[in-house]
Design a protein. Structure first.
Length: 252
């Protein structure tokens, strides 16, 4: 049974949120769980049940078996296209409309924040909407990707294989995304950490960085293991806690 944060606990965060000048949010896979997208560390199901997501999301895995990795991403892209933003995504879009200085840093590659109407989004780990070539990062057009479900097509410029435009383990994150995140963490009065296990760097350190910069950090997650020391913990699913937080902060 999941213990839910009380209205009283949520109200205390709402009281701070309504006077905050600058707010930053970090989201992870948990924010899309209620849209039907499995979290990264959920065991894979169906055809993929014998695989480990952490072993598929690496350049080594792609070099070893490009077709396998391609098919995994292709199937996720198809699944994503039938998923819709949930109440958590929508609440974050509403929050942005109420706060002048608002940054949404996401580790997700599913595009659901954009679909919910969020605007100032920093995609730390890339996007499943973008495909690039393995050797030179040339852009690969979506219609070429869509016509090749079984194996990665070749880049028309350099002939190397296409790959998803996401950040795999051992790869550096986009420089602009890191710089924009650091700027957001420098000025935030409140930093919300929603639906992430906090196991993957560098995003896992953002809570600590925000605290050092003087922000109040609030973790929203059904699982206690996501707690951050000295942060407020609102236990529960993002799709329940975020809408409540928004309606208690801005009642009309
Ligand atoms: C709900 C919910 C509901 C469920 N509501 N919540 C320092 C120390 C040690 C290692 C490193 C280090 N610095 C870098 C590394 C190496 C590595 C790393 O962190 N390894 C760790 C595993 C130890 N990091 C990197 O390689 C990064 N690169 C880098 O730092 O470059 C410089 C460098 C390289 C090498 C060495 C040193 C420096 C790149 C990381 C790229 C991560 N990429 C992936 C794949 C993206 C593409 C794809 O989607 O396929 O990103 S991995 C995967 O993990 C994905 C996610 O974005 C990311 C985070 O996962 P997330 O979102 O937290 O999901 P889950 O599943 O873990 O958790 C879900 C949470 O939701 C849970 O808490 C649930 O309870 C919760 N939940 N229902 C709210 N309804």
């Amino acid at each position: 049974m999941i213990i839910l944060a009380t209205d009283n606990q949520i109200q205390k965060v709402a009281d701070q949120l309504c006077i905050a000048k600058s707010v930053a949010v970090l989201t992870g896979a948990g924010v899309s769980a209620e849209s039907g997208i499995p979290t990264f560390r959920d065991s894979l199901t169906g055809l993929w049940s014998n695989f480990n997501a952490e072993e598929l999301a690496t350049p080594m895995a792609f070099r070893k078996n490009p077709e396998l990795v391609w098919q995994w991403y292709y199937s996720r892209r198809i699944k994503n296209s039938s998923c819709k933003p949930n109440f958590g995504h929508l609440a974050l879009a509403k929050m942005e409309s109420k706060i002048d200085d608002f940054s949404l840093i996401t580790q997700n590659v599913d595009g659901l924040h954009q679909a919910a109407g969020s605007k100032n989004i920093i995609e730390l780990h890339g996007s499943l909407q973008n495909f690039i070539c393995f050797d030179n990062h040339h852009h690969i057009e979506n219609h070429i990707v869509d016509s090749s479900p079984e194996k990665p097509p070749y880049c028309s410029i350099c002939g190397s294989l296409a790959r998803p435009g996401v950040v795999w383990f051992g790869e550096v994150l986009p420089e602009l995304a890191i710089r924009s995140s650091m700027e957001a963490l420098e000025k935030a009065n409140i930093f919300l950490v929603v639906g992430t296990s906090g196991q993957v760097q560098p995003a896992a350190s953002f809570g600590l960085i925000a605290q050092k910069n003087g922000a109040t950090v609030v973790v929203i997650n059904p699982d206690e293991s996501a707690r951050i020391e000295n942060a407020i913990f609102l236990q529960g699913p993002a799709g329940e806690i975020l809408p409540k937080l928004v309606s208690l902060t801005w009642p009309t």
